[in-house]
Design a protein around this ligand. Structure first.
Ligand SMILES: NC(=O)C1=CN([C@@H]2O[C@H](COP(=O)(O)OP(=O)(O)OC[C@H]3O[C@@H](n4cnc5c(N)ncnc54)[C@H](OP(=O)(O)O)[C@@H]3O)[C@@H](O)[C@H]2O)C=CC1
Ligand SMILES: O=C(O)CCCC(=O)O
Length: 486
């Protein structure tokens, strides 16, 4: 159990209509600490009945919440932001306990998550309509933006303190209400955020949280006729399933799905910057980020030096429990994640890959894995085609810019890509040719609340963050007003 200054932040019940409730039949499920594999606590396990109650509460709260002024909604979101920062240390301890990331990364995620409430509190006041020059003197044409209605959010375990705000803040700012189903590995972060939302003054029913069975809660959310929008972050496979289920009621969808991010390192790159950028991207959250570098393509001229420099730096990364002050890499989320990493390494080695750092389970045991580098990557390896979602950096060789772009784009995914070069012309050429929604040039870290985040191709639909983020929760209504000239 994480040691908290404010024990009231450790919530284990469902939040429905402003009240904390146990699940029907007092059903619960366990939440484990991935570092120790110990039980942290049991959490109420919602099902279809509880999801339906939360949807009804969100529907009932919608008229009064959407009728409030934007300034009024913004004041509550701003208080939510302030409370998150005031309680950042407790929130970081909850996040590290159930997710495993080092405390320093947890603190960074909490500040990043809070920033979405601040940003969208401000954007709420800038939801402008339009007037259209009239083709008829007797008429006036105008466009209004209105909240889309009740929204459902389904979120992953890798960044619970940032992904929930990235969805809830624009939805609530726009005047929508929401039901959230958090990932079963990390419900405590969601419930702690929700408790702070209640303290910030959210009216009953505006934000509801139902941890529980994905097959029941998730399905109720994507099929209910009362829910007008679903926003999801997670695997492409589940996103595809939700899209099909949501088709029955023609819901709007935002989908932030898998990635298979390439990194291109050209001969003219600054080597130190490239190594630092690859480590920042690849080993963020132990490689469990949808924008993590997954395939590292290095040009012939610097290939050997890059492999050696990266391998030395990766071997020095300190692995341990996220609560220890010197930990740089925590455990993976669960045994299945460790298994997938091991499988990708075995496959790469069987096809000629050479392990130049790490390569096996860490002596700490449990879900710990050694940060790994594999040289001699080839396109037929699983690691080139699938998202590893773990701390393995595979390195591939390329000859020229044309080949690098072709290799980078040869995936059904299109979320993030990175490249390192000091040639200005190449920055434009490669930046424009890469088929990805987020591109880091000479950096492995691109995320800000004010920048649009989202993917092309099978990486998803829609954008989160930035001024585009609130549009996802608004409908466009056209009014044609006749009889002006009397
Ligand atoms: N884009 C991203 O940021 C992420 C990508 N991934 C990718 O997905 C892989 C698997 O991770 P995983 O956690 O299983 O991701 P999932 O896509 O399975 O889970 C994400 C969320 O969807 C929920 N969910 C799962 N199945 C359904 C369903 N049938 N109906 C409604 N909701 C559902 C989960 O609930 P529950 O937890 O209760 O199952 C969770 O809240 C990773 O290895 C990685 O490759 C994973 C996480 C984030
Ligand atoms: O979807 C994810 O994996 C989290 C992305 C974190 C970020 O915004 O950078």
């Amino acid at each position: 159990m994480p040691k908290l200054q404010d024990k009231g932040l450790l919530k284990t019940d469902l939040l429905i209509d402003g009240g904390w409730h146990s699940a029907r039949g007092a059903a619960t499920f366990p939440v484990h600490n991935p570092a120790t594999v110990d039980l942290i606590t049991q959490v109420a396990q919602g099902g279809r009945t509880e999801a339906d109650a939360a949807i009804a509460a969100a529907d009932a709260a919608l008229p009064s919440w959407s009728a409030r002024t934007a300034k009024d909604r913004a004041a509550i979101l701003r208080r939510w932001h302030d409370l998150i920062l005031e309680n950042a240390e407790d929130l970081a301890r909850i996040l590290t306990a159930e997710q495993g990331k080092p405390l320093a990364e947890a603190r960074g995620e909490i500040a990043y998550g809070a920033a979405f409430y601040e940003w969208f509190a401000e954007e709420a006041k800038r939801v402008y309509g339009e007037t259209i020059p009239t083709p008829d003197p007797d008429r006036r044409l105008m466009v209004q933006k209105q909240p889309i209605g009740v929204c459902a959010a389904i979120t992953p375990w890798n960044f619970p303190m940032a992904m929930i705000p990235r969805k809830a803040a624009p939805a609530l700012a726009a005047g929508c209400t929401m039901v959230l189903k958090p990932a079963s590995q990390t419900p405590l972060s969601a419930l702690a955020l929700a408790e702070l939302g209640q303290r910030a003054g959210l009216p009953a029913g505006v934000f509801n949280v139902i941890p529980g069975k994905a097959s029941e809660v998730g399905d109720a959310l994507v099929t209910s006729p009362l829910v007008r929008k679903v926003t999801f972050t997670g695997s492409t496979e589940v996103g595809r399933h939700l899209m099909a289920r949501a088709a029955g009621t023609i819901k709007k969808l935002s989908l932030e799905l898998g990635g298979n991010a390439p990194v291109l390192i050209f001969d003219d790159a600054d080597m130190d910057r490239a190594v630092e950028g690859v480590i920042a991207s690849k080993f963020r959250n132990m490689g469990q980020t949808c924008v993590c570098a997954n395939r590292i393509y290095v040009q012939d001229g610097i290939y050997d030096r890059f492999v050696q420099t990266l391998s030395t730096a990766v071997s020095a990364l300190k692995v341990g429990d996220g609560t220890a002050t010197d930990t740089e890499q925590g455990p993976l989320i669960d045994a299945a994640a460790v298994q997938k990493v091991e499988d990708h390494i075995e496959d790469a080695v069987s096809l000629g890959g050479q392990v130049t750092a790490g390569g096996k389970r860490h002596p700490l045991g449990g879900h710990f894995f050694e940060p790994t580098v594999i040289a001699g990557g080839t396109q037929d390896m699983k690691i080139a085609r699938e998202e590893t979602f773990g701390p393995v950096a595979p390195i591939f060789r390329f000859k020229d810019e044309r080949e690098a772009i072709k290799l980078a784009n040869s995936t059904e995914y299109g979320l993030a890509a990175y490249f390192f070069t000091q040639n200005n012309g190449r920055i434009w050429r490669v930046g424009e040719a890469l088929e990805f929604g987020v591109i880091g040039v000479n950096t492995g870290n691109t995320s800000y609340e004010g920048a649009p985040f989202g993917g092309l191709k099978e990486s998803g639909l829609g954008r989160e963050g930035s001024h585009h983020g609130i549009d996802e929760f608004l409908e466009t209504k056209y009014l044609c007003i006749a009889g002006i000239t009397g």
